[in-house]
Design a protein around this ligand. Structure first.
Ligand code: 5GP
Ligand code: MN
Length: 447
């Protein structure tokens, strides 16, 4: 962002917000607020708004509640101001009270020239703030739509169901949703049949879990109905675009399930064996049973906690990870036979007709092929191109330690983790291969 634009934004945004608060939100609880300052990140995606308010603690609490309930609307409107050419809701912001009474400075530093140390302190502070705002949003909400990503994996299903079962303890109505049907191997998770495939309905909070961007929510996210509802994001992908009103994003955490366990503990909810079973499913599937580079001592401690709460590690590993239909094993084997290693990249294409030939009924996914190929000693990166029924090419990447495939996936419109990522490109197969393979060869060459 140019200095000139930066200057203009820092004048424009407070003025725009004041107009919105006074003339559009029209809520008596926030009548006494003055916007004092705005910090905007260089990419204009994130804004922090400081405001002052005269009044007692009750007035301050009322104002905070008023602001929270207006947050979805303000985010939408402010997004139009910050990023006029971007789609609505592409900006997120937080609001901080800045009064002399509580000693918060009215900070106006630009985000461009801070030291690394400051930046990491700032990230820790930002995450701590996101956690407490998340808790506030959840406590106040009554009707929650909990959405996970399209083509859900074990972490998507486990974390969204763990969240749903735990939040229902607070008497809230929680609807779990996912555009696509969960794999039947996860049928042991309590409440999985409550999952809806669309987002129709009246909700006062949306919670996106394990999704790195808004598109990953698929058709469950309905802009016309949902744009004004606050969105809370829980995720662990390094490529997360922070598309929520509040974003709890922890890329160093093994799984979204591990983040939801922290939420359960923070909010003092009961870790029932049903909640623990759902969450351990996420943790086991995203770490391939503690074998991937995102497994830390904290992951092991989380697994211990979940086992002590009644989750059966052996049964969950068997059902969610190991056991699969024979046809899926045959499908994977056929994929392995098609694979080649070239320039330290192991790759395979899986055309639609291979599913039919192997009588593999599942219409999507690679049945674990890319993870299997990633074991090749001769390769640094593994990639599998799967042709979907609609002709689009779903691409899965795996990188050995030190190789970051998440950035390649991001360049092609997808996302993920440094060691495991994915994206979807238009067909035909040959075009997708010709775009992606040279890029991966370059990653290996430049390493
Ligand atoms: P998998 O290869 O196991 O399907 O996915 C590996 C990782 O990449 C997962 O964390 C998954 O969420 C992410 N991923 C896979 N496909 C996509 C995609 O099309 N878009 C995004 N944003 N992430 C993806
Ligand atoms: Mn995950």
């Amino acid at each position: 962002m140019s200095k000139k634009y930066e200057g203009r934004i820092s004048e424009l945004v407070p003025a725009r917000l004041m107009v919105l608060l006074e003339s559009r939100v029209n809520d008596p609880r926030i009548a006494g607020i003055t916007v004092t300052d705005v910090e905007v990140t260089a990419d204009t995606r994130y804004a922090r708004v400081y405001y002052s308010l005269i009044g007692d603690d009750e007035a301050k609490a009322q104002a905070k509640r008023g602001l929270d309930s207006a947050a979805g609307f303000l985010r939408h409107e402010l997004g139009q101001t910050l990023r006029p050419s971007a789609p609505p809701n592409s900006a997120s912001f937080t609001m901080n009270r800045s009064s002399a009474a509580n000693g918060w400075p009215t900070c106006s530093t630009s985000c461009a020239n801070r030291t690394q140390r400051n930046r990491s302190n700032e990230m820790t502070a930002k995450l701590a703030e996101a956690w407490s705002e998340a808790e506030g949003l959840l406590r106040r909400a009554q009707r929650i739509l909990a959405i996970t990503h399209v083509n859900p994996d074990g972490d998507a299903i486990g974390s969204v169901m763990g969240f749903t079962l735990a939040m229902r303890q607070l008497g809230k109505t929680v609807t779990p949703a996912c555009q696509d049907t969960p794999n039947s191997r996860n049928n042991y998770i309590t409440g999985i049949n409550d999952m809806r495939k669309e987002g129709e309905g009246v909700y006062d909070l949306l919670v996106a879990i394990d999704a790195s961007d808004l598109q990953r929510l698929g058709s469950v996210y309905m802009p016309a109905q949902h744009a004004r509802v606050p969105m809370l994001v829980f995720d662990h992908h390094i490529t997360n675009t922070e598309f929520g009103t509040v974003n709890v994003v922890e890329p160093a955490t093994s799984s979204s399930a591990e983040i939801i366990l922290k939420l359960v503990q923070r909010m003092g909810l009961r870790l029932t064996s049903e909640v623990a079973t759902a969450l351990l499913t996420g943790l086991i599937t995203d770490t391939l049973a503690f074998r991937t580079s995102n497994t830390t001592a904290d992951t092991m401690a989380a697994a211990t906690t979940l086992m002590r709460a009644g989750a059966n590690l052996i049964e969950i590993t068997q059902r969610s990870l190991v056991s699969k239909p024979f046809e899926s094993i045959k499908f994977m084997a056929a994929g392995v036979l098609r694979a080649k290693v070239e320039d330290e990249v192991v790759w395979a294409t899986v055309p639609k007709k291979l599913r039919a030939e192997m009588e593999f009924r599942e219409q999507r996914g690679d049945a674990g092929l890319v993870s299997m190929l990633a074991a090749a000693q001769e390769a640094r990166i593994a990639v599998v191109f799967v042709e979907n029924p609609d002709g689009a090419i779903e691409i899965g990447f795996r990188g050995q330690p030190g190789y970051d495939v998440s950035q390649v996936a991001l360049e092609f419109g997808g996302g993920g983790h440094p060691a495991a990522a994915g994206c979807t490109l238009p067909g035909p197969m040959r075009d997708a291969v010709n775009r992606v393979l040279p890029r991966l060869r370059r990653v290996v060459r430049e390493h």
